[in-house]
Design a protein around this ligand. Structure first.
Ligand SMILES: O=C(O)C(=O)C[C@]1(C(=O)O)C=C[C@@H](O)C=C1
Length: 304
């Protein structure tokens, strides 16, 4: 049951990629502190599907400055519920510093397997190539989940005493049986991950973030072109993106879920440059209408 707040109102529940100690948990806590009730899930997909009237908020990683887009997240953003009952309502950026963590006593030369979220493995490629070139890389649902696995008697047949995890240094304060072998092992010291805050329905009771933007100045629009027009694909794509006619800060493309080879879905993040234009929300809506008039399908997945 959710904890009651001082004013008698229940705190909203926020789903995040657990267990405690993930970067997602840190990002959520930085943004919401003790104003929400935290509910952990095992995978990004589980976090996304937790969104419901009883779990009105969810935080999912969207992109990393070294390794790029979080593929699971973009695949989930293709879901029909996006723009209908689930919306992007904010973003959070977290500085990421990875550590190589082992069970106490394990030395670098003994490591044969490195466990972590595929994003973290991808962000530490140079370190792994130089220091653990023969180690196998074992993808895990989360960095903290990988660290926890080191404490199990066997990891899918692997000896935990020959394994390391890549995760945040906070793990060793949560799990004192583990220790840090190397710190700051990401390819670049400037390493940030951006997360999308999702909200169920047009839920407005989101606790105000500490750095609330004065107006809505970001929007995420999903665009696809008619399946029948495959022969004209390049022309259609350009036409639909031109029709939107908004200031684009990010463009992503994933295969459409339809069984049509090379049929794509575009995710266009747009921004209001001046932060002062009160008519911007209407401009976004007009851009979406223009895409529809050109025969495209455009959905507003969120504004914040
Ligand atoms: O596994 C975690 O700790 C997460 O929160 C996921 C995640 C991601 O998917 O990008 C978040 C931040 C880092 O980039 C590494 C992993």
């Amino acid at each position: 049951m959710a904890e009651p707040q001082i004013d008698g109102q229940e705190k909203p529940t926020l789903a995040f990629l657990g267990p405690v100690g993930t970067y997602s948990h840190q990002a959520a806590y930085d943004r919401f502190g003790s104003t929400v009730t935290y509910s952990e899930r095992q995978t990004i997909t589980d976090v996304f599907h937790a969104l419901s009237p009883s779990v009105p908020l969810a935080l999912i990683p969207q992109e990393n400055s070294i390794h790029g887009a979080v593929i699971d997240t973009y695949d989930l953003l293709r879901s029909p519920c996006m723009g209908k009952t689930s919306f992007v309502r904010g973003d959070v950026v977290l500085s990421i510093k990875h550590s190589l963590v082992v069970r106490k006593g394990v030395r670098l030369g003994e490591i044969q397997h490195v466990l972590s979220h595929e994003q973290a493995l991808g962000q530490c490629r140079a370190f792994l190539r130089e220091h653990l070139p023969t180690a196998s890389l074992v993808p895990y649902a989360s960095t903290a989940g990988a660290a926890r696995a080191l404490l199990s008697p066997s990891i899918d047949g692997l000896d935990p005493l020959k394994c390391a995890a890549i995760c945040s240094r906070v793990i060793v304060s949560i799990l004192p049986e583990l220790e840090i072998l190397e710190e700051g092992i990401q390819d670049n010291n400037v390493n940030y991950t951006r997360f999308y805050l999702l909200a169920y329905s047009d839920h407005t009771a989101i606790p105000p973030p500490s750095t609330a933007p004065p107006t809505q100045r970001h929007a995420l629009v999903r665009i696809s072109y008619p399946p029948g027009a495959m022969a004209e694909k390049p022309r259609n794509q350009t036409r639909l993106l031109n029709a939107l006619d908004l200031y684009v800060i990010r463009l992503d493309r994933r295969p459409s879920p339809l069984p049509i080879p090379f049929h794509d879905v575009y995710f266009v993040e747009v921004e209001e440059e001046t932060m002062t234009d009160p008519s911007w929300t209407n401009q976004v809506m007009r851009g979406i209408q223009r895409v529809s008039k050109q025969g495209g399908e455009a959905n507003l997945l969120g504004m914040w």
